[in-house]
Design a protein around this ligand. Structure first.
Ligand code: COA
Length: 410
């Protein structure tokens, strides 16, 4: 609770916060926690929120993404495996993807995306209370990639942890970050998703190597009384079909040995057809359920921002939803499947089009290894109003993407 933090800490928290210092946040026991209280069916029931308790939401106030410079085209892939530009375009919609250079890592791409997100929110990294890093391709098993990012951006007051729910990771991270804010535990949370899937791709397997790319995307969440940010969410998982998309070796169940590496068991394997069918079913259902929870209809949606796995999956999802084609944001042709990073990268590109207005409803929806799925309905905040009084904090964006060193510097 805010009232329990020390005076100095309190001052730091209140310095730039967006809610009045006396406001009491709702607790997880609040029956409307994580729901759209006004329109949720339960709003008519016994647990109506007392009128004098202020609402607390988690607005997205900053965003940024980073992708490697190196482009790998379908034509380049023709030299690696038996495939063709035509086949890849027709079956996946992908034309090219970005591939990390030797000095780039999940943390270096995530750091750059995080700095861009902070810059757009006009915040300093020291203002953050928490860094959530969604990734399936961490720099190391230890240290935690979220901590590497925390150190490299200078988030000296923040906790940090990683979320691994594969390509669904950003949506899970957004849901978690929102809960930390709505419960009153945090004022500002960075949710960053980064992947270097190219390091885990079997470049001899034409079923998988054509699909994946590298990149990172980040958002800053901030406490506000304005009804914005996450309005509703759904999460799901189905561990019994986890083997459909797997990396067999390199974990504690099957530690890396000369044999596992020689057999390529540290690389991604996938049963594409089955994953495809699963994806179409769960993406449309998750989006429908999240909208239902928020009490919204498809006509209330400005744009659906889906996980960019395959254009055919996106089209089938759009048809299953009955969504007009122009309401689904698609950039899979330029980046391929960037795992957890795909939704925030797509969000950043959508925002660059400057069509999203305060009050617009966006739907994020993703699926991935595990298998997992999630959807989130997000109401766009009046970001200009929320950040108007702040100084700009330009970051050095030209910083080279160096490997993080595990050798102590002092
Ligand atoms: N180039 C040319 N031919 C290829 C190929 C490639 N890159 N990859 C597979 N083929 C061949 C297959 O060997 C098969 O040949 P066969 O009929 O002689 O056996 C044929 O194309 C059809 O294969 P199929 O697997 O049925 O193709 P598909 O239409 O299902 O497309 C995927 C394959 C992988 C593109 C598709 O299943 C997919 O996108 N699945 C979902 C994957 C995904 O999103 N994963 C990430 C989850 S986060």
């Amino acid at each position: 609770m805010l009232s329990q933090v020390t005076t100095t800490e309190n001052r730091r928290l209140i310095r730039k916060r967006l809610i009045p210092s006396g406001a009491e946040p709702p607790t997880a026991r609040d029956p409307h926690f994580m729901t759209n209280a006004a329109s949720h069916p339960l709003a008519e029931g016994a647990g109506r929120r007392p009128r004098d308790v202020p609402s607390r939401y988690a607005a997205i106030t900053g965003w940024g993404y980073a992708v490697p410079d190196k482009v790998l085209t379908n034509r380049d892939l023709e030299a690696l495996v038996e495939t063709s530009d035509d086949w890849i375009r027709m079956r996946t919609g992908i034309s090219e993807r970005r591939i990390a250079g030797p000095d780039e890592t999940t943390s270096s791409l995530s750091t750059l995306a995080a700095k861009r997100a902070l810059e757009s929110a006009r915040l300093e990294a020291a203002d953050l209370d928490l860094v959530i890093c969604a990734t399936t391709t961490p720099d190391h098993l230890l240290p935690v990639t979220g901590c590497v990012v925390q150190e490299r951006i200078g988030a000296v007051h923040a906790g940090a942890f990683d979320v691994n729910s594969a390509c669904t990771g950003f949506v899970y991270g957004l849901i978690m970050g929102t809960q930390f804010i709505r419960s009153g535990n945090c004022e500002r949370v960075l949710v960053v998703a980064g992947e270097t899937l190219s390091r885990f791709v079997n470049w001899k397997d034409r079923n998988t190597c054509i699909l994946f790319g590298d990149g990172a995307g980040a958002v800053v969440l901030e406490a506000t009384e304005e009804k914005s940010g996450l309005l509703s969410s759904v999460m799901g998982s189905k561990g019994d079909v986890g083997h459909l998309l797997a990396i067999e070796a390199g974990g504690s169940a099957r530690p890396a040995t000369l044999e596992t590496v020689a057999a390529g068991e540290h690389l991604i394997t996938m049963r594409g057809n089955e994953v495809f069918r699963f994806a179409v079913r769960c993406m449309s259902q998750a989006a429908t359920d999240a909208l239902g929870k928020a009490g919204l209809a498809l006509t209330d949606v400005h744009k659906v921002v889906p996980h960019q796995a395959n254009l055919r999956i996106l089209k089938a999802t759009q048809e299953a939803l009955g969504l007009p084609i122009e309401k689904m944001f698609v950039n899979v042709e330029r980046y391929g499947n960037t795992g957890a990073a795909s939704v925030p990268i797509a969000l950043c590109e959508l925002l660059a089009e400057e069509t999203v207005q305060p009050g617009d409803n966006l739907v994020f929806v993703a699926f991935g290894g595990g298998l997992t799925w999630a959807s989130a309905v997000v109401r766009w905040a009046d970001v200009k109003a929320l950040t108007r009084d702040r100084q700009e904090h330009p970051y050095s964006l030209s910083e080279p993407s160096k490997q993080h060193s595990l050798t102590p510097t002092a």
